[in-house]
Each structure stands twice: as C-alpha cells, then as structure tokens.
Design a protein around this ligand. Structure first.
Ligand code: TRP
Length: 467
C-alpha cells in the first residue's frame, strides 16, 4: 500500500520537526519583506482582506493537498504525481505539471537569494552602527546606494546561495532541526519588541487603520496579487510543502499540523505589517514605496532606540535565518527529483542547481542597477495595472520573474495539486491520508479541496482578465 512507503531522502524525527521545517519554509521574506510592501502598493486594508480570504479558502486546501500527496508517495513532486496517478488509473503525464512547479521554485529562489543577501548586508551595516540616529531620507539613500552597487549585491547573493546549498547538500532532514529550534521563537520575540517600538511612535493607530480599514472599491485591484502572495507566503504551488510532507512520519495528523503552520505564518505577516506601518507613517515615508520598504523602515526604528544597534543586528540575523530556511525548501524539490532520477550524488546535484539559480539571480541583481532602465514585456504605461510597482512602461527583469512565478505559476501549481487530490486520488485515498477524527470536518475539507479551491483560483484569474 502506498501509505507505507519510506522516503530515500530520510524522514523528520518527529511531528515537531516537520512543524519546524514547514514553519521555517513558510515564514520568511514573504511575511516580513514582501507582505508589508505589497500591502503598501495595493492600498492597505483591501489587500489584507483579500489576502486573508485567499489563505483560508485557497491556500490552506492547497497546502493540505500537497502534504497528503507527499506523504502518500514519499517522493519528489514529479515522481509523486506520476506514481499516484498511475496507481489511480490516470495518466503519468501529471508529473509534468509538478515538474513545472519545481522549475518555478528555482526561479523564485533566484531572486529570493538576492533579497536574502540584502538582509545579510544589513546585519553588518546595523552592527557597525551605520544607522545610529539616522533620519528617514538617510535611510532611504542608504538603501538606494546599496542596490545601485552590483558587486555588493552579487557578493551577498553568492553567500546566501552558498549557505542554502550547504544545508541541502548535507540533506535537509539533518540540517534544519537544530538551528530552527532556537531561531524561530527568537524571531517572534524580536518582532514583538519591534511592535513595542511602533507603539511609541504615536502613529500606531494610523498604521492599524491602514492595514485593516478598506475601501470596497479597491477590493478587485489586488485580487490576483493577493492570491499569488497567499500561495507564496504559505510556500505552496511548487512542491516545497509536498516534499516536506514526503519526509513526515506516518502517524502524525496532517490537518491539525498544517492549520497550525498556516496560522503562524499569517500571524507573522500581520505582525510584521502592524509593526512596520506605524514607523512608515511616523517617518512620513510612502507606504507604496515597493521592495525597499522594510530595508528603510527597520533601520529607522532600530537606529533610534537604545540598544538599537545590537537589536537591529540580531533582527537582521533572524530575517536572514528565516529567509535561509525558506530558500532551502525552494531547492529541495528539484534536488530530490534528480537524486531519485539520476546517478549523480546529492552534493553535485545541489551544486549544479544552486549555480544555475545563482546565475539567473544575477538578472535580479542587475535590475536594480545596470539594467535599471531595461523593460521587458513593454505595454502601454498604465494598461499594465497588473503590476504597479516599477510599471513605468513595463517590467524590469525582477518584475518579470516575480510576476510570472507569483501571479501565474503559483496559482496554476496550486490548482494542479488540489485537482490532483480532489479528483485524481479521490475521496478514499484522501480520507485515509488525512485520517481526521470528525467525518463532518473531513467532508468540509474535501469540499474545499475538490470544489472551492479550484473554482476560486479560476474565478480570480477570470476576474483579473475581465476587470
Ligand atoms: N514562503 C516563503 C516566504 O514566505 C518562500 C517560499 C519557500 C516559497 N518555499 C516556497 C514561496 C515555495 C513559494 C513556493 O518567504
């Protein structure tokens, strides 16, 4: 029976280690860097509301589907879909959809590593005291100076990629447990300290208002971006969670665990937003400023409090660790696949793939400097509302990769996994894998997976096209 297989890549020692790894994957730059800046770009509360709905109705079912597919097949995404499809009497071609997801993961990693590199850079800058007593314009100018230097970005991008590849080369199961046990709770604590600082800015309620008050006319603006980001934030749609599910011990409950991870991830995003926006308003910054938002706001906060130098440094260490534990889950699906499929060793597979991602990542590095003016997919200046940031006449390289992965491939990948669980594997297999105690709760979960999530994803695509 499929449920009794074991993975050749190892297994998590317990359910707790799976929770750590999955939380490590979900909580990362998506929550701390991307969520606040996208909320700013798409106008605050309307975006947050749609994002939360997408998490609950679309992201969560996809996450459950991925985990149960992985745990049943105990293999990399492409091989998992192939074997389970054949087992259920369907076409082996399903593996192609998962393959596309694994490529998407590598594309995401290419820019993820660049931004992870920014946080490494800021560890040093903070620790050196570059931001002591800094004013808003100076913090902005500092960030602008950093991203205008391709060598500096390439250096940190390279270091970040090496750090991620190192863990994968050793095997993810062995590599993650120790560091995450301490780092994740610490990150949480520092976010709370940051929140404490926000409370003292005198603009706290303004920030909260921005995040939770919405203008119904703007609900549609950020629909596709919010859905894409919900998937991004939960790490679903490319097989990251699937491969972690493949290493999950047999006798642990999927549903409770996954709901916990999703809640934690969402909570960290909201916390980061609530902590950052008051600082943005207090400093008179533009909330829609884009990807630099966190890198300008945090130095301002830490540069102007006692022990800020130390706390700021620790904060960026933790951001980097959160990013690193996410980056790992982007690389693992394809590595696992190639280890299953070829005779090449894990170390060489990892080295090769990390190099390719690093190379593609140079495009993102250059988007902020040498290729700053280059535009791909040029369209009429305003018709391209799909992507507002950097939209003057089209998208830059980073914009293209981000757009293609988050807005198109993640939802399509999500669609693949829910359809696979809901329609290809079928009710009995899903029931057996989820092993939920309450039949009613199972019926609801299956309904979400089989109907609500697939239709919801298609409706969001349609709404975006006909808007
Ligand atoms: N979820 C991570 C973050 O929020 C990034 C990430 C890891 C990811 N694995 C993924 C995004 C798979 C999409 C798909 O930082």
């Amino acid at each position: 029976m499929a449920g009794d297989k074991v993975s050749i890549h190892g297994s998590w020692a317990s359910r707790w280690v799976f929770i750590l790894a999955a939380t490590g994957s979900a909580v990362g730059l998506g929550s701390i860097w991307k969520f606040p800046y996208m909320t700013g770009v798409y106008g605050g509360g309307a975006f947050v509301l749609v994002f939360l709905l997408c998490i609950a109705l679309l992201g969560l079912p996809v996450m459950l589907a991925e985990t149960l597919i992985g745990r049943r097949a105990r293999q990399s995404p492409a091989n998992a879909l192939r074997d389970l499809a054949i087992e259920a009497g369907h076409s082996a071609k399903w593996s192609w959809a998962a393959f596309a997801g694994m490529i998407t993961a590598l594309l995401i990693l290419s820019f993820y590593s660049v931004v992870g590199g920014w946080s490494l850079d800021y560890i040093i800058d903070m620790g050196r005291g570059d931001f002591q007593g800094v004013a808003p314009e100076q913090a902005g100018a500092y960030f602008a100076r950093m991203i205008s230097d391709p060598w500096r970005l390439t250096l940190w991008h390279s270091i970040f990629m090496l750090l991620s590849a190192y863990v994968i080369a050793r095997g993810v199961v062995a590599g993650l447990e120790h560091s995450l046990r301490i780092m994740m709770p610490l990150l949480f604590l520092l976010l709370l300290i940051l929140l404490g600082y926000s409370l003292t800015t005198g603009h706290f309620m303004e920030g909260v208002h921005f995040m939770f008050n919405f203008d119904t006319s703007r609900l549609l603006d950020g629909l596709l971006p919010a859905m894409g980001h919900a998937f991004f934030s939960l790490s679903v749609g490319v097989g990251s969670i699937l491969i972690y599910g493949a290493y999950m011990p047999k006798n642990s409950s999927i549903s409770g665990t996954i709901v916990g991870v999703a809640l934690l991830d969402t909570f960290v995003s909201l916390l980061a937003g609530v902590a950052l926006f008051p600082i943005v308003f207090a400093a008179g910054l533009n909330p829609g400023e884009g990807p630099g938002l966190m890198f300008v706001t945090l130095p301002l906060a830490f540069g102007n409090v006692v022990f800020g130098q130390l706390m700021g440094m620790v904060f960026f260490v933790l951001v980097a660790v959160a990013a690193w534990s996410s980056a790992i889950s982007l690389l693992e699906p394809m590595v696992a696949y190639l280890v299953e499929r070829t005779r090449v060793s894990r170390v060489w597979v990892t080295t090769g793939l990390a190099f390719i991602c690093w190379f593609v990542g140079l495009g993102t590095v250059f988007s902020f400097n040498i290729w700053k003016e280059a535009r791909f997919f040029v369209t009429g200046a305003d018709s391209f509302q799909l992507y507002q940031w950097g939209a003057a006449g089209g998208l830059d390289f980073f914009g293209v990769i981000d757009f293609f992965t988050s807005r198109i491939m993640l939802p399509l990948g999500g669609l693949t996994f829910v359809i696979f669980a809901g329609w290809v594997m079928g009710r009995e297999a899903v029931r057996e894998e989820l092993a939920m105690r309450s039949p009613k709760l199972f019926a609801l979960t299956f309904l979400l997976m089989r109907y609500v999530a697939p239709l919801g994803i298609l409706i969001v695509f349609a709404a975006q096209l006909w808007k």
